[in-house]
Design a protein around this ligand. Sequence first.
Ligand code: NAP
Length: 260
Amino acid sequence: MATTLVTGGSGTLGRHVVERLIDADEETRVLSRRSAPVWPNGAEWFTGDLTSGHRVRQAVQDCTTVIHCASDPWERTRDVTQAGNLLSEAGRAGVEHVIFVSIVGCDRIPSSYNQTKAAVEGLFEESGLGHTILRATQFHELLEWVLDAASRSPVVPVPAKTYLQPIAAADVAERLVEFVKGPPQGRVPDIGGPEVRTARDLANLYLAARHVRARATSIPLPGALGSALRSGMLLAPDHREGHQTWESYLRETTRERKAR
Ligand SMILES: NC(=O)c1ccc[n+]([C@@H]2O[C@H](COP(=O)([O-])OP(=O)(O)OC[C@H]3O[C@@H](n4cnc5c(N)ncnc54)[C@H](OP(=O)(O)O)[C@@H]3O)[C@@H](O)[C@H]2O)c1
């Protein structure tokens, strides 16, 4: 029986991946540091830790595929350690296909998190394992989280002259699960959201949807990072493959919040 392990199956993206695998009747495992599932999902739960390597061997044992969604954005080198531990155990266990979700433009954007992503891509490419690497644009969920925090003050600063192409994590999950059925493909075309809009536009839509009285104000972002963002390195304009727009995501999540 083919079995897929989802690392980070408790996270924003990983939850959608797990849901889709279960819906497709795939034998599914989750690796998480948590002792038990935070929501009932029908997957086999492995409590472990990719940084220390604790129980990673047990989690990958007898798996055909691994979808690597775990990440620790707060500690820059940790993702590299985690991927290294995962790939060495996957190699030992004879996993046929390892799938990694990365970030559009990560090899060109001068930020440490993006550089870490590029380094992890390199580990997958050099692992000797059958691999597929998909780069995605920013998730709606990330944008929402940033704006939730920023809109607590009356002025919400947004990077000037910067375009974004946010995508629903659910749309990225759908693509990742398609790879499980096929052979390893190496680096595949990027995936982006259905619309390219200015950061300010996206912030204003958020403020209107949530009825927040704060004002979005464009601030020029200095340095190499600012110019990378203004030059469109975060975008995949030829791959507008996500289905859900930012506005539709806001409508849905605003409704859900009201219902709580
Ligand atoms: N967010 C975006 O806009 C975006 C865009 C493109 C690509 N990506 C990439 O997509 C991936 C998933 O992002 P996300 O937003 O879904 O992340 P997330 O919500 O922060 O989830 C991170 C997951 O990593 C797991 N994790 C962290 N450290 C771990 C450890 N030591 N051992 C085992 N599990 C560990 C966490 O599980 P527990 O806490 O349960 O242990 C959690 O499920 C990341 O690689 C990210 O870089 C994200």
